[in-house]
Design a protein around this ligand. Structure first.
Ligand SMILES: [Zn+2]
Length: 284
């Protein structure tokens, strides 16, 4: 039976595929409430319309609950904050590194003090990660530290914060991507290619590769907690072996590559969207 969601206005659909067997039974019993935040006029985040499968839906809800992202991260963005945020991500992708404050000021045509103020606020929201000197070192989905998740985007190789972020990059930029990572347990190379402007899986090697969405959040920073347990594994067996010895992130959701792609798309596609026009969404 289809159910109208009071928040998103979308219709909850029955799952199309069975979740992998390794998911925690308790986590699979029900679908938590789906919430979204108005990011800017006509654009809500996450975009539930791209989440087709039950496991992806539950994972996204769990991440939302865990990090309080709706309240703290995305709500009531100031206009300058929003412009600076988008510019940081676009310049990160263009340069293959975090942009400098002066480069953001030039790109946005905002005064330096306005850019500096916006970066401080974006850092407090944990959408941009700053070092002690106030320099940008990460902006989800990208980071400057070696996470082990590399994404080839428009000829530039970038590092993604985590497996979900790596999968979300293509759809965020409407571009096909090549992702290179490794099994968190054994180090076996894992390669994922996207097509259809980054929205569809083209190829996954090995074909048994999965994503673990571990639930661990600390210190108000996803990059140093949640992202460390959103990882690729070469097989369900190696995920189970890793979980047996893991100190954090042992609870969570096991996702097929396609389910993980849905979670990445739902989070990252809205971020660079100027308006909802032309995107077929009725969430405005
Ligand atoms: Zn492995």
């Amino acid at each position: 039976m289809h159910k109208q969601n009071p928040v998103s206005g979308l219709v909850d659909k029955a799952p199309r595929t069975k979740a992998p067997e390794c998911c925690e039974p308790a986590m699979r019993s029900e679908v938590p409430g789906e919430r979204s935040v108005l990011l800017r006029p006509g654009v809500t985040i996450p975009d539930w319309s791209v989440v087709e499968d039950a496991s992806a839906r539950m994972t996204l809800s769990a991440i939302f609950e865990l990090t309080g992202v709706g309240r703290r991260k995305w709500s009531r963005l100031g206009e300058a904050e929003d412009r600076v945020w988008r510019s940081v991500i676009e310049l990160f992708a263009e340069f293959g590194r975090a942009p400098l404050s002066a480069e953001i000021a030039e790109a946005t045509r905002l005064p330096h003090d306005v850019v500096a103020d916006a970066l401080t606020k974006l850092g407090a929201r944990d959408v941009v990660v700053l070092d002690d000197a106030g320099r940008i070192v990460g902006a989800y989905p990208f980071t400057e530290w070696p996470s082990g998740h590399r994404v080839r985007l428009r000829g530039t190789t970038l590092t993604a914060m985590c497996a979900i972020d790596a999968l979300g990059v293509g759809a965020m930029f409407s571009t096909d991507t090549d992702i290179e990572s490794s099994c968190r347990y054994c180090g076996t190379a894992i390669r994922v290619n996207t097509r259809a402007a980054g929205t569809v899986l083209a190829n996954t090697e090995p074909t048994t590769a999965i994503v673990w969405a571990g639930l661990h959040y600390a210190g108000g920073c996803s990059a140093t907690s949640l992202c460390t347990v959103l990882a690729f594994f070469c097989s369900e067996e190696h995920l189970a072996a890793w979980r047996a010895g893991a100190s954090a992130g042992r609870s969570g959701h096991c996702l097929s590559m396609n389910e993980a792609l849905q979670v990445g798309k739902a989070i990252f596609m809205p971020i660079l969207r100027a308006t909802a026009e032309g995107h077929g969404t009725a969430l405005a």
